[in-house]
Write a protein that binds this ligand. Structure first.
Ligand code: NAD
Length: 358
């Protein structure tokens, strides 16, 4: 039996996470932004990209795999084309800075494109699309992952050659509909989900993992933490593989940070580069038309009779909203092993407060 997890409210978990990052040497403004990004990932059900990342982040600080004093550098600031380099600094602060500027351009011009190179882990990409949606903007994001050994096998391959290269598409709320959010790894399951399964001592679904012999397995232990023995598989066979490949080209090549190919040094950290297109829907069509068409489409699709009456058809983004509501009411559950890992970190950094939960 898996024991009931302890539960935490957003604000105390945010304060704890900020304190750990600050005590680890992170600038206070960065710590707050990175911490909020992590806790918010837990809030919407993506525990794989939540506070459970802290031990890895602290290990990166210790090994110099994240630049604590980095300042975002603009490589290109043409009206509709922005290119930024995070210079190895924290992902979320760099991404919000770059995307805010791109958002201002998209609002003015109808669309803009932004690349971000050499950012430490960008975490849950959907948070950036949500941020832009809140400004009334649609966005597409292609992300590649590097600076560590690859994790995902190419279709027909038996060992890892890609990161979990996420892709995300967001569309803002309309008169009757909440924002659309498609935010997904190009592996069937994200690495963090394998880590969560390993921490809980449970198996992963068949078809999602290969062992170090290239054979299918459901045992996540070889992929726990960052000691990678084996490979994740791409979703939808050649199609997910093709999207992972596209992310390497769009994010890795066009941002100028480089792809996963092995001529680039792999130091054992996590770096992301991101290619984003930001669109102002109002520049493309009348708002009334968009409102009416989005509402009719949503109604049409979700009225498909569900194969299982307990699992109705959902619009992408609905699961995250449902998790947010549930966790606002019930708190964020963290398994015992994660809480222990976080408290051990805090102890090592001389932070007096510990996570206790309810
Ligand atoms: P997931 O499979 O949980 O969800 C993928 C998408 O499907 C979401 O948009 C969700 O709203 C939608 N969805 C889920 N169930 C649905 C249903 N029944 N009907 C309709 N839509 C549904 O996500 P994932 O692939 O496990 O990715 C998890 C997170 O990991 C993402 O936030 C991603 O950005 C992040 N990630 C980050 C990196 C990185 O390097 N920074 C790498 C990989 C993944």
């Amino acid at each position: 039996m898996i024991p009931d997890p302890a539960r935490f409210d957003f604000d105390p978990l945010l304060d704890f996470t900020t304190d750990v990052l600050t005590a680890g040497g992170c600038r206070e403004t960065d710590a707050r932004i990175v911490a909020r990004h992590l806790v918010d990932a837990n809030m919407v059900g993506h525990d794989s990209h939540g506070v459970g990342m802290l031990p890895a982040y602290l290990a990166h600080i210790k090994k110099g795999l994240v630049e604590l004093d980095a300042e975002l550098e603009w490589l290109n600031r043409m009206p509709a084309l922005l290119q930024a380099d995070a210079r190895g600094g924290w992902g979320a602060p760099a991404a919000y800075t770059a995307l805010d500027e791109a958002a201002a351009r998209a609002s003015e011009l109808g669309l803009s494109c932004c690349t971000l190179a050499n950012a430490h882990h960008l975490g849950r990409i959907g948070a950036y699309a949500e941020h832009l949606s809140a400004k009334g903007l649609a966005s597409l994001h292609f992300v590649n992952v590097y600076d560590h050994a690859p994790l995902v096998a190419p279709f027909r391959g038996s060992d890892a050659r890609f990161g979990t290269n996420p892709i995300c598409i967001g569309f803002p709320e309309t008169a009757k509909n909440p924002p659309f959010l498609l935010d997904m790894a190009t592996s069937i399951i994200a690495l963090g989900k394998v880590r969560v399964a390993a921490n809980k001592g449970i198996t992963v679904p068949p078809g999602t993992l290969l062992n170090d012999q290239g054979m299918p397995t459901t045992d996540p232990s070889g992929m726990a933490g960052f000691e990678i023995r084996g490979a994740l598989t791409p979703f939808a066979r050649h199609k997910g593989y093709g999207l992972a490949y596209a992310s390497e080209i769009l994010a890795g090549v066009l941002s100028r940070s480089g792809t996963i190919q092995p001529q680039h040094e792999r130091r054992g950290g996590i770096q992301n580069s991101m290619f984003s297109i930001i669109l102002s829907p109002a520049a493309f069509a009348e708002t009334d038309w968009i409102d009416q068409e989005i509402a009719a489409l949503g109604e049409y699709v979700t009225q498909s009779p569900p194969m299982d009456w307990d699992s109705p058809v959902l619009i992408p983004g609905a699961p995250e909203r449902a998790w947010r509501g549930k966790r606002e009411r019930e708190g964020i559950p963290l398994d015992e092993k994660t809480v222990d890992q976080l408290n051990t970190l805090a102890e090592g950094l001389g932070i007096p407060d510990r996570l206790k939960g309810e």
